[in-house]
Design a protein around this ligand. Structure first.
Ligand SMILES: CC(=O)N[C@H]1[C@H]([C@H](O)[C@H](O)CO)O[C@](OP(=O)(O)OC[C@H]2O[C@@H](n3ccc(N)nc3=O)[C@H](O)[C@@H]2O)(C(=O)O)C[C@@H]1O
Ligand SMILES: CO[C@@H]1[C@H](O)[C@@H](O)[C@H](O[C@H]2[C@H](O)[C@@H](NC(C)=O)[C@H](OCc3ccccc3)O[C@@H]2CO)O[C@@H]1CO
Length: 411
């Protein structure tokens, strides 16, 4: 089905809303003018001369500027008119700025200022994601499997070019053990979809009190991240989870309570120890505690059939193509993509429509703003995280500008 454009489109509706707002403000200004005219008349008939500029001088020839018995009633309309006259320039300025924003939004066809309110069930822009992603991602292809498969490690094959997190070089043995108990397929219910409409839900504070839950649940594929809870937050974030991306240190969620029975639990590997942890959990072997930057869960009640291992190819694309990071970085200045940007990249490789929600960090000067919708921590907690969130914001804005992804919350 074609994508709806113009004033019937979600953006059009939002823009019409914005223009409606401007008109309402304009009318309200006009109403005020009528009221002032009335006040002027009232002054002229009952309380003296018509023009407030001709207010009688106060005692000793000064214009009356304070309330007193005789000047008070006349002074109120006078001051009001003066105030409006004074700030008329400012009001016009704000209106002009707003009109420019609306025009820019129409011109760029983006959703910076107005989040989409699309009935995503009625539109499927088939082929658009591929076309636009190819403009942003060099050598863009949908040929790479989403998840690692045993067959790629069972027989000696050309080894991966990179070590984790961008490849599997050096991790072949542990992968043989892990992949023999996990699966690699996408569920048939997603595989068979004529149109894959995906929502990537970031963990950002913007989701709090957003009432986006029902909207998020309308997507065919909902991707969530780390230990972000659903239980108790359904109204704002929905309850459907098709995939949850996580690593051992972020696996502090109850796999059964926070997910659906068929949710894919997608391990994002950063280091060989991440494979060790997953294999030990699934085979119920002795857990290894060392080698993690935070203690991962020791008990993790998940069904191995739900577990997948993300192909590090998507981490490579995110780092190299979207953030221009070198694949081999000096030990001291390590930088890596956030799981959210990785999830968007992944979606761009298998979805026909990608909408995002809950993305966007506060300004670095904003020390008090909490960053998550579910807990009270600030940007300070990310000091050692090896992410460059402003760099990522530029990448996401480029996607929004291109219309490659749409935003359900403000960015
Ligand atoms: C202390 C720390 O290491 N924090 C990292 C946490 C932490 O490890 C987990 O929450 C587990 O507890 O994980 C990260 O991310 P985190 O789990 O906070 O959030 C998931 C993704 O949502 C997007 N996000 C989040 C908050 C916000 N205000 N704006 C956003 O855009 C980001 O894209 C983010 O990736 C991570 O994995 O990327 C990145 C964070 O740096
Ligand atoms: C997507 O990255 C995940 C998360 O967002 C990051 O914050 C986290 O960064 C940790 C980083 O991976 C650790 N580096 C190594 C090599 O393990 C770093 O280690 C410092 C450290 C070491 C020992 C004890 C405490 C801290 O710690 C970073 C977090 O502060 O990586 C996540 C993916 O694993």
């Amino acid at each position: 089905m074609p994508v709806v454009r113009g004033w019937n489109s979600p953006r059009g509706v939002a823009q019409a809303g914005a223009l409606g707002w401007i008109l309402r403000r304009g009318l309200s200004c006009l109403r005020h003018r009528v009221v002032f005219k009335f006040l002027l008349k009232w002054r002229g008939t009952e309380h003296g001369r018509g023009d407030p500029a001709e207010l009688p001088p106060g005692p000793r020839g000064r214009a009356v500027t304070s309330h007193n018995e005789s000047s008070g009633p006349r002074l109120i309309p006078f001051l009001l008119i003066k105030m409006i006259n004074k700030s008329r320039g400012k009001i016009l300025g704000v209106l002009a700025l707003f009109l420019v924003m609306v025009w820019y939004s129409i011109y760029r066809e983006d959703s910076f200022y107005f989040p989409v309110q699309e009935n995503n069930k009625t539109t499927c822009p088939l082929g658009e994601v591929e076309k636009k992603a190819a403009q942003l991602i060099g050598n863009y292809t949908r040929d790479h499997p989403l998840f690692l498969q045993l067959k790629d490690y069972f027989w000696a094959k050309t080894p991966s070019l990179y070590e984790l997190p961008y490849g599997t070089k050096g991790s072949e043995d542990i992968l043989l053990r892990l992949l023999s108990i996990t699966h690699y397929s996408l569920p048939e219910s997603i595989q068979s979809l004529k149109c894959r409409r995906c929502a990537v839900v970031g963990n950002g504070h913007r989701l709090r009190n957003s009432s986006m839950g029902d909207t998020i649940d309308t997507y065919d594929v909902v991707i969530r991240l780390n230990n972000a809870p659903v239980h108790g937050y359904e109204q704002d974030v929905g309850s459907k989870t098709t995939m949850r991306l996580f690593y051992p240190e972020s696996a502090h969620f109850d796999p059964r309570a926070e997910n659906n029975p068929d949710t894919l639990l997608v391990l994002v590997p950063f280091k060989p120890m991440d494979f060790q942890w997953m294999e030990a959990i699934l085979n119920d072997k002795k857990r290894v505690r060392k080698g993690f930057w935070k203690q991962p869960p020791l008990i993790w009640d998940a069904n191995p059939e739900q577990v997948r291992v993300l192909n590090p190819y998507y981490m490579e694309v995110t780092a190299a193509k979207l953030l221009n990071l070198p694949m081999k970085q000096p030990r001291k200045v390590k930088q890596k993509p956030t799981t959210g940007l990785l999830a968007i990249t992944l979606a761009l490789h298998f979805c026909d429509l990608v909408h995002i929600a809950g993305f966007g960090y506060p300004d670095s000067a904003n020390k008090k703003q909490t960053i998550h919708y579910y807990e009270q921590i600030t940007l300070k907690s990310m000091a050692a995280s090896e992410h460059n969130v402003s760099h990522e914001a530029v990448a996401i804005k480029r996607m929004l500008e291109l219309g490659l992804v749409r935003n359900l919350t403000y960015f």
